[in-house]
Design a protein around this ligand. Structure first.
Ligand SMILES: [Zn+2]
Ligand SMILES: [Zn+2]
Ligand SMILES: [Zn+2]
Ligand SMILES: [Zn+2]
Ligand SMILES: [Zn+2]
Ligand SMILES: [Zn+2]
Ligand SMILES: [Zn+2]
Ligand SMILES: [Zn+2]
Length: 329
């Protein structure tokens, strides 16, 4: 490992920097290097630092930088005190951000960081505590308290300051867009935070309708009923038990879970006759059906279709439904 380190060190001074003049790094076009207080090294940006170090660099901790035009070490400011060059066409001295590239950056007081995409196209929702597209100010949105300060529920990494684009399903919970796409790819359609469907599932629900119709339950179970809670509309309904899925009677979704055991029809009959509920009766009522599918809602995966897979077709619909928050820069 030592020899590899050596070779990197040897290569560095040989880089033809003065001849081929490149500004900045892969992440930012800027004319300054940070003196990183955490390890006392020089890095173009926090991503370059984090890729090379075992610790994270907080760019707000920076107090000094080095002008890449004249190599003057100085306190953080937006132009070089020696040669006068601006370190970036856009600069934010709160975030210590400099960038020549126009990404329509703006500093949001509420978010406490700079975001890209244009101040006029986003508004800061105080309850969600994040910037959202202005369209949502007009049509409204479901506020989730402090939503962007929570980590991505899939990879558990930070979302608020992450440059990975994020996706906001209708329920309002945030997750990284790649994490969201990964979930769809592996057949998971429900929000990992609240279990609400994140995409339009009506195609799959119609498909399950026909599956239920085509798969009659064995006669001895055909009258069994169960109470379900719908994770999409949050209403309760009592339905006939079926192994394929339990359909919400209010919105038609199969994204449901049982709230009690399966009730056998004799119990229902006894209740109908006005018999008082006793523990013994309740025990008889909750019939376990271990040989049948115990959690039908887990099997609701779109089946591959000959030309285009179910998930792919969902993704097509998803794209139009997707909403984005401006990414941090
Ligand atoms: Zn460091
Ligand atoms: Zn300078
Ligand atoms: Zn800023
Ligand atoms: Zn904001
Ligand atoms: Zn909100
Ligand atoms: Zn993630
Ligand atoms: Zn959710
Ligand atoms: Zn429902």
């Amino acid at each position: 490992m030592d020899s590899r380190k050596m070779s990197i060190l040897k290569v560095k001074p040989a880089m033809p920097e003065p001849i081929v003049k490149h500004v900045g790094c892969a992440h930012y076009k800027r004319r300054a290097k940070f003196v990183t207080p955490c390890c006392n090294k020089f890095y173009m940006c926090r991503y370059c630092h984090d890729e090379n170090e075992q610790h994270y660099f907080n760019r707000k901790s920076v107090t000094e930088l080095i002008c890449t035009e004249c190599d003057t070490r100085q306190k953080v400011q937006d132009a070089c005190e020696s040669c006068g060059v601006r370190f970036g066409k856009y600069s934010c001295l709160i975030c210590n951000l400099f960038d020549d590239e126009d990404k329509k950056q703006y500093h949001c007081e509420g978010c406490g960081i700079c975001r890209v995409g244009g101040r006029d196209r986003f508004f800061h929702c105080e309850r969600c505590n994040m910037c959202l597209p202005v369209q949502l100010q007009r049509v409204g949105h479901r506020c989730v308290e402090n939503v962007s300060r929570a980590n991505c529920p899939v990879c558990l990494e930070d979302i608020h300051t992450s440059r990975i684009p994020c996706h906001i399903p209708d329920c309002g919970h945030l997750l990284h867009r790649p994490c969201f796409e990964q979930m769809l790819k592996s057949g998971h359609y429900a929000c990992p935070t609240c279990q609400t469907s994140m995409i339009d599932m009506s195609h799959l629900w119609h498909y399950l309708d026909s599956e239920v119709e085509a798969t009659p339950m064995p006669p001895e179970y055909s009258d069994y009923k169960t109470t379900i809670l719908c994770k999409d509309c949050h209403k309760v309904s009592t339905v006939r038990f079926h192994v394929v899925g339990l359909k919400c009677q209010h919105c038609g979704a199969y994204n449901t879970c049982q709230t009690n055991g399966v009730r056998n029809p004799h119990y229902m009959a006894e209740r109908a006759r006005g018999q008082r509920e006793t523990p013994a009766l309740a025990r008889r009522a909750a019939v376990a059906l271990p040989r049948l599918h115990p959690r039908p809602h887990l099997q609701l995966r779109p089946r591959p279709q000959p030309t285009r897979t179910g998930v792919e077709s969902y993704r097509v619909q998803t794209r139009s439904m997707s909403r984005r928050r401006p990414d941090p820069c």
